[in-house]
Write a protein that binds this ligand. Structure first.
Ligand code: SF4
Length: 425
């Protein structure tokens, strides 16, 4: 049994006292942060080593400071929290870390035993299990939105009820226009009032503007990097790509995130032109999956370019109107609105990055990704971009069939090797 699995078992066995289990999680994360800070991984450029470090820091901060933290999901306007010096606890990432510790099954089963549906997305289910079992210390508030995810609102409502903390759901209409922008901006202002009450501190709007200015500067380096990625090789792994969900979303506006993208745009200059088959990933990545790791982690044959979340909103923010800028960012996100909009943006991203193929991951329990697969498949087929859709679970190892994924991925890669952009399976 490997050391991570032993440690995961220790966490599970310690759940008779959830505080002990949480301390083990924090200790494990702290040791991992120390390891990635002190010992250089010769396979990774400095920027990706730095990414490893800051993402562990981003999950540790709210766990160490429960009195100064709020629950958020991937699309919450966390710039407000950064401006107020509050740590966001990114719930989907926390579930991924439970999976990283190989103890996700305990919390998923705990949620099932509490009556949560078998078909609920496991990012939510693991988090709900962690809440109901008492693993996570009480945060101060929770914020989410109506965007994309059918599970979010109920999960956040449950957390709020369980901890008796205030929560805010930002209602995001499907269409963008000036009226919907004002509608969402007003809700964000209301949300700020709720956070100010919960935290007994005020938002400094000038600080918020500074955060948005830094986010714009970060965007400059993100775009610079992706421009170069079109022709150059750059190492990647499934885990690093999942870590980038912090830097492209919840931790945008943080100075560490800015530093990461700046470093990455510099690091790529030292890599050669690519001769790999370039793969654009759609949706989340099952970072633990052996076959997928074998094919894509640091591969010089099949380069994992990025996942489509990195391109879901790539516009500058009008920092002089910060609430409207954040509203616009949510309304125009590729994940808000019809699946056709998302599919078109994936096609555009595939063209921008000159991808040779697209792999779509249908995560167990995620209705939006599963429901839209045929729309995406048809659009990519019309554009002669090879497409594969695989089913699995990004968190719960028990829900992913290794043999089936192996057979399908192998067959797909053989096809793109031989027919290059001619066939869609
Ligand atoms: S995978 Fe789907 S259901 Fe799960 S959190 Fe993401 S959007 Fe929601």
């Amino acid at each position: 049994m490997d050391i991570v699995k032993r440690y995961g078992n220790l966490i599970k066995k310690s759940m008779y006292n959830p505080q002990t289990a949480l301390n083990l999680i924090k200790t494990g994360l702290s040791l991992e942060k120390l390891r990635v800070s002190k010992f250089r991984d010769k396979h990774l450029p400095p920027s990706l080593q730095y990414l490893n470090k800051i993402c562990i820091q981003y999950i540790l901060e709210p766990l160490r400071n429960p009195n100064n933290c709020g629950l958020v999901n991937l699309f919450a306007p966390t710039e407000i929290l950064h401006a107020m010096g509050i740590y966001p606890l990114f719930i989907e990432a926390f579930s991924s870390f439970l999976s990283g510790f190989t103890c996700e099954d305990y919390f998923i089963d705990y949620a099932s035993n509490c009556g949560f549906s078998e078909t609920l997305c496991s990012y939510h289910k693991a988090f709900l299990g962690a809440i109901d079992s008492g693993l996570i210390s009480k945060p101060s508030f929770a914020v989410t939105s109506s965007m994309i995810c059918d599970a979010n609102i109920n999960t956040f409502r449950h957390c709020s009820h369980n901890y008796n903390i205030p929560f805010y759901i930002i209602d995001i209409p499907y269409e963008y226009n000036k009226d919907t922008e004002s509608y969402v901006a007003n809700q964000i202002k209301e949300m700020v009032c709720m956070i100010e009450d919960a935290m007994s501190k005020s938002l400094d709007v000038n600080k918020l503007k500074e955060i948005l200015i830094l986010e714009n500067s970060t965007l400059y380096y993100r775009k610079l990097f992706y421009n170069k990625l079109k022709t150059k090789y750059f190492p990647n792994t499934l885990t690093l790509e999942m870590y980038k969900l912090f830097t492209s979303h919840v931790a945008l506006g943080r100075k560490e995130t800015y530093k990461f993208y700046k470093m990455q745009s510099e690091d790529i200059q030292y890599f050669n032109r690519t001769s790999c088959k370039k793969i654009l990933w759609v949706h989340l990545l099952p970072f633990y999956h052996k076959t997928l790791k074998d094919y894509f982690n640091l591969s010089r044959e099949y380069q994992l370019l990025t996942c489509d979340f990195s391109f879901d909103y790539m516009e500058e923010l009008d920092y002089n109107n910060p609430f409207n800028a954040l509203a616009k960012k949510m309304l125009l996100n590729q994940y808000n609105g019809s699946f056709e909009k998302k599919a078109k943006n994936i096609l555009k991203t595939a063209k921008v990055l000159d991808a040779d193929a697209v792999i779509n991951f249908c995560h167990w329990g995620c209705k939006q990704s599963t429901g839209g697969t045929m729309i995406l498949k048809d659009l990519l087929k019309e554009n002669n971009i090879p497409f594969l859709s695989i089913d699995g679970d990004g968190v719960d190892r028990r829900n992913t069939q290794d043999g089936q994924i192996k057979t399908r991925v192998e067959a797909f890669l053989e096809i793109i090797d031989t027919t290059q952009r001619k066939k869609v399976i």
